[in-house]
Design a protein around this ligand. Structure first.
Ligand code: ADP
Ligand code: MG
Ligand code: MG
Ligand code: MG
Ligand code: MG
Ligand code: MG
Length: 660
């Protein structure tokens, strides 16, 4: 979540004086990065993932799981230990791997082939010292969250992809080693009872002045001053609390209409308490009123370095239509604030959770600063301007500044769009920055425009290249699944570049797909727009973007291909032909195939998304009263089941059948 600067944030009123200062200098910083970045044309393909975890505290006596608010202690312990190198017991890695394909001890060396010093074969019976793969751990918005990344980005080889699952597992084990006996890192996107009664350890009360939420105490917010400031400034800027209303899943005993009695309708503690009574809270919906409901969700993100700026711009564009589809396929969020929802994904809740638009701006500014991409940016003759067909708000002065510096129209529009928003937090000690050496002002805005795909220019004075971040994936329950989604998107992005695939379609249709991707059981109940012919063809640059070029497909058709409905090749087939074009060793193919099969079976419905699986778990629970309510016992039992899967348990309904 952005860079953590040490210092004092300005009050919202004071910070307004510096908005234009931040913008003007941020653009100057971008121009410097752009110009220096033009020299970068030989970078290698590198990539890395980010996984976010919820730390749960489990009370076995009372069978209750709660979020543990010990983030600071945990990260401090991790940081302390990081200096001396983490020690991981290899046997715990082996037993934790997806057990439908047992990993033999000798295979572990191959898993870590890059990092293991060949001369010193690790003795697998002893703790496996992993200094050379020291991952990093970061704070996140929720004070019950931790984020981890691999110690160094992965390279471009297929063999590198075989390290991913073990690396993820190792990171989970390392976090686990720094927790109390009753604490566990879980990769649920959302804690089902977040904002319900009695959901934190230690206990808290929702009455804090920062978020002013009915449900979330300020103690769930990361205590670094950036996070409470972000929270308060969004509320101040929009002049009311944030308000998310997710339709409730209506079961046979759900009262109709559903009027939520867990909302303290009559509270009069803060001026914003009237918001709910005055229409912010809707009947038949799960109402949420605080940034933490969104930013407290966990996701899986992937960052790709490209060979240069042109390739980064192309990859950004081609991944834009993929983002909603992969989100639907990774759906894992069927419950909010203790109620089953009529949707399966977190995205629109986060969009609402950081939506800083005033009521007037809702009429003129189409989207939250957290939303899907608004315009394509590639210098590609196939990037027709009519594909960027949704209204684009821009800061006109920034646009002019960019154009005057020679930045082309497409990139200038993107950056001026990002710079339309106000800087949300300005630190008093970083008001003066050397624009040739810093990217602080640029990142102030770039990192608070949370788009489905993020364009990351090369930071000054570093050897990092042009990068593109894929941000729509919901985090999966197990490392096997997280590795599968990561590996699949990596392979698809390689196929995109290698085969020069053309996924261009109007942004308005991408937005429509993003809406549909949220739907409950979207795999069976919705179709998605896509380009009929994703292969490069001479007709591509024809000026017509006629709607006939796009059709609606099920996710099964899009991933597994379809010979009917105008025939679509399918991303799984595309990925497989890319793999074969690399002439991989049989053993590599065999291992990667497990991941591809999971993706394929999720799309076909042969196995379930986490959202469907969790929903079904709750709906079949003996304590469930068919009234949409998720209880503490139901949540505890889910957590136990998830912990079992995370340590190698198997469930073919969720994880599919592998024939590899
Ligand atoms: P942010 O939170 O800003 O998105 P993080 O630092 O948390 O960024 O994660 C960045 C990810 O990018 C990590 O997985 C890291 O391994 C990876 N990464 C780091 N350097 C590069 C690079 N040069 N190219 C591609 N990926 C990189
Ligand atoms: Mg994060
Ligand atoms: Mg991060
Ligand atoms: Mg970050
Ligand atoms: Mg990220
Ligand atoms: Mg936008």
């Amino acid at each position: 979540m952005g860079l953590l600067v040490v210092g004092t944030p300005l009050s919202w009123e004071e910070s307004k004086k510096y908005f234009d200062h931040v913008r003007e200098n941020g653009i100057e910083q971008f121009i410097h990065m752009y110009e220096n970045g033009l020299k970068k044309t030989n970078d290698i393909l590198l990539w890395g993932d980010e996984i976010e975890y919820i730390v749960l505290s489990v009370d076995e006596d009372h069978k209750i799981a709660r979020v543990s608010l010990r983030q600071e202690d945990i990260l401090e312990a991790l940081e302390e230990h990081e200096k001396s190198g983490f020690a991981v017991d290899a046997s715990s890695l082996i037993s934790g791997m997806h057990n439908s394909v047992p990993i033999k001890p000798e295979e572990l060396r191959e898993l870590f082939h890059e990092q293991v010093n060949e001369n010193k074969t690790p003795d697998l019976k002893k703790p496996f010292r992993a200094e050379y793969v020291t991952p990093t751990f970061h704070p996140e918005y929720g004070r019950y969250m931790v984020e981890s990344t691999p110690g160094a980005p992965y390279g471009s080889t297929l063999e590198d992809l075989l390290n991913v699952e073990a690396n993820m597992l190792m990171r989970r084990i390392i976090i686990q080693q720094h927790l109390a006996k009753n604490e566990f890192p879980v990769t649920l996107t959302n804690f089902p009872l977040l904002g319900a009664k009695d959901f934190t350890d230690p206990p808290t009360t929702a009455n804090g002045p920062i978020s002013r939420s009915f449900f979330l105490p300020d103690e769930v917010i990361n205590s670094h001053v950036r996070f409470p400031t972000l929270t308060a400034n969004i509320r101040t800027r929009r002049r009311r609390k944030v308000a998310m209303n997710v339709p409730i899943y209506v079961d046979k005993n759900t009262p109709q209409p559903f009027h939520d009695n867990t909302i303290p309708w009559d509270r009069d503690l803060f001026p914003e308490d009237v918001n709910a009574r005055e229409g912010a809270a809707l009947d038949n919906h799960i109402y949420m009123d605080s940034m933490g409901f969104g930013m407290g969700c966990c996701c899986l993100q992937l960052t790709f370095q490209t060979t240069g700026v042109d390739e980064a711009r192309k990859l950004y564009d081609q991944l834009t239509p993929i983002a909603p589809l992969m989100m639907a396929l990774s759906a894992a969020t069927p419950v909010f604030r203790g109620f089953l929802a009529e949707q399966d994904c977190r995205w629109n809740v986060i969009a609402g959770a950081v939506d800083d638009r005033t009521e007037e701006e809702l009429k003129t500014v189409p989207k939250s600063r957290y939303d899907s991409v608004d315009c394509y940016i590639a210098n590609d003759p196939r990037n027709l301007s009519e594909y960027s067909d949704v209204p684009l708000v821009m800061n006109d002065r920034c646009y002019k500044q960019l154009r005057d510096a020679g930045i082309d129209e497409k990139l200038a529009r993107h950056v001026a769009h990002i710079f339309f928003r106000d800087p949300l937090v300005i630190f008093s000690d970083s008001i003066h920055q050397d624009n040739t050496k810093s990217n602080g002002f640029f990142e102030n805005l770039n990192s608070t425009n949370w788009q489905s795909i993020r364009f990351k220019p090369p930071p000054p004075q570093s050897n990092i290249g042009w990068r593109v971040e894929f941000r729509s994936l919901e985090v999966q329950l197990t490392d096997f699944e997280n590795a599968a989604y990561a590996v699949f998107v990596v392979l698809l992005s390689r196929a995109i570049l290698s085969f020069k695939l053309n996924f261009y379609m109007p942004i308005s249709l991408v937005d429509e797909n993003m809406k549909r991707a949220h739907a409950r059981d979207a795999i069976h109940r919705h179709k998605f727009w896509f380009r009929r012919n994703p292969f490069p063809s001479s007709a591509d640059t024809a000026t017509s973007s006629s709607r006939d070029q796009f059709a609606e497909y099920t996710l099964d058709e899009l991933f597994n291909g379809s010979d009917e409905n105008g025939s679509f090749p399918g991303f799984v087939r595309i990925v497989r032909s890319y793999l074969h074009s690399c002439n991989p060793k049989a053993s590599v193919l065999y291992r990667l195939e497990r991941y591809i099969q999971l993706i394929s079976q999720r799309a076909s419905g042969e196995c379930m998304t986490a959202a469907t699986w969790i929903r079904r778990f709750f709906m079949n629970h003996p304590e469930y009263k068919h009234d949409s309510v998720v209880t503490q016992k139901m949540t505890y039992d889910l957590v136990k089941k998830v912990l079992d899967l995370e340590s190698g348990g198997f469930d073919s309904d969720l994880l599919g059948k592998t024939n590899a």
